[in-house]
Design a protein. Structure first.
Length: 114
């Protein structure tokens, strides 16, 4: 059994339907688990999936979390203290890096409603 919250489990499984339902029901977009926000976790899962399977890199969970208000400049509080923006760049997730760069251009003051 996992100690992950339902939202982190949805990210781990790339289950966007479940993630949508959880966020609609009030799950915290910046919830942390083991030093990773949902956005950090999505980037990690997308990279790991690509590296382990050889399938093309994808960015759907990252894109969805950004659309729902995740801030790629937010530092995780629980251990790693890096931004999701930095994590994507350092781990060479070029799709997430490109998406985050565009997000930053269109959100110079941060996410709407923050």
């Amino acid at each position: 059994m996992t100690d992950m919250s339902p939202a982190h489990l949805a990210v781990e499984l790339s289950d966007l339907d479940a993630l949508r339902e959880l966020l609609d029901a009030g799950a915290d977009i910046h919830e942390e688990h083991h030093g990773l926000t949902l956005l950090h976790h999505a980037i990690d899962v997308e990279i790991d999936g690509h590296n382990q399977s050889g399938d093309p890199l994808h960015v759907d969970t990252t894109a969805y979390l950004l659309a729902r208000g995740a801030d790629p400049r937010r530092r995780s509080e629980g251990g790693r203290g890096v931004t999701a923006e930095h994590m994507a760049f350092v781990r060479r997730h070029w799709l997430a890096t490109s998406l985050i760069e565009q997000w930053l251009r269109s959100h110079p003051e941060g996410p709407i409603g923050a």
